[in-house]
Design a protein around this ligand. Structure first.
Ligand SMILES: [Zn+2]
Length: 293
């Protein structure tokens, strides 16, 4: 079976909760909606997994049965560039998240690397690389197979520019590139104005990390509001005054033969994930029409 672009929500859609669904029902409900990815939110976790192993395994089984690819968003309480005790506590949280992700059979544990704080940027980044190498080694010794997914960040004080994330992918073993297109848009005060702006990013990634890494990237997408400091708030696809425009990204996905896992972070999670999926289908159909004689 050839790989295809997958779509799903970041967390349980509000409507599922209203219907009284439990976590175990989520993969089936997503499948019924035509979606095929789900990012479990472990964003408030401390140093221990906050899901029972049995429960996590059941979620994984349901996901496989319903052809839903699982990812896990790790704890927000991570700073790999801070003081030694902060870094050590962050590493414990990462291991807890990676352990649960492995129970579920999630393919990637997405995480935010940290903050520059009062450190010089280059120094903060070096700290972060060192800590990540330690996490990667520990995961290996624990037999954890999930990939580490450093995410491109949207605020100026956060470690995680595209260049930094690509460098982590080059230096640390067992990583998976995670591109948050809304964050890139916010960090650079509205980068994506045309399809070409998306194309440039795809080319840069392909040149640095190769074609397969580009094609199989993990993505976050939503429209985003920003200030001079970067990311402020996520918005729905309907809100015309905010960018970026998913249609432009869909063009680039098709042109580069990409098959990303696309996680929707808009306030109306699954609804917008389906809208993005429909947009990509339209773009594929239009291109097929124009290439036929
Ligand atoms: Zn994130």
């Amino acid at each position: 079976m050839s790989e295809h672009t997958r779509f799903g929500p970041a967390g349980v859609p509000p409507m599922f909760r209203l219907l009284g669904a439990t976590m175990i029902d989520v993969p089936r409900l997503l499948h019924e909606e035509g979606l095929d990815a789900f990012e479990y939110q472990a964003v408030r976790w401390g140093p221990k997994p906050q899901i029972k192993q049995e429960h996590a395994q059941k979620l994984g089984e349901e996901a496989r049965k319903n052809d839903v690819r699982l990812s896990l968003h790790g704890s927000y309480y991570i700073n790999l560039s801070g003081k030694r005790e902060v870094v050590e506590a962050s590493k414990r949280r990462m291991i807890a998240c990676a352990t649960a992700a492995d129970w579920m059979g999630a393919y990637v544990m997405v995480f935010h690397t940290g903050f520059y704080g009062k450190f010089e940027k280059r120094y903060a980044f070096k700290q972060c690389i060192t800590a990540l190498k330690e996490v990667s080694t520990e995961m290996k010794s624990l037999g954890l197979k999930v990939k580490l997914g450093p995410e491109t960040m949207g605020r100026k004080f956060q470690v995680g520019s595209l260049e930094e994330i690509m460098m982590i992918c080059q230096e640390v073993e067992g990583t998976q590139l995670v591109v948050d297109w809304g964050h890139l848009h916010a960090l650079h005060q509205g980068t994506f104005k045309s399809t070409d702006d998306f194309r440039k990013i795809a080319e840069k990634i392909e040149q640095t990390l190769g074609t397969e890494t580009l094609r199989s990237m993990h993505c976050h997408f939503s429209k985003i509001e920003f200030t001079s400091q970067g990311e402020k708030r996520h918005h729905t696809l309907d809100e015309k005054r905010y960018g970026p425009d998913f249609h432009m990204l869909a063009e680039v996905i098709v042109d580069f033969g990409m098959h990303p896992t696309m996680i929707c972070e808009s306030p109306i999670l699954d609804v917008d994930a389906r809208r993005m999926q429909a947009t990509l289908r339209e773009v594929i159909e239009n291109k097929q029409h124009t290439t036929q004689p």
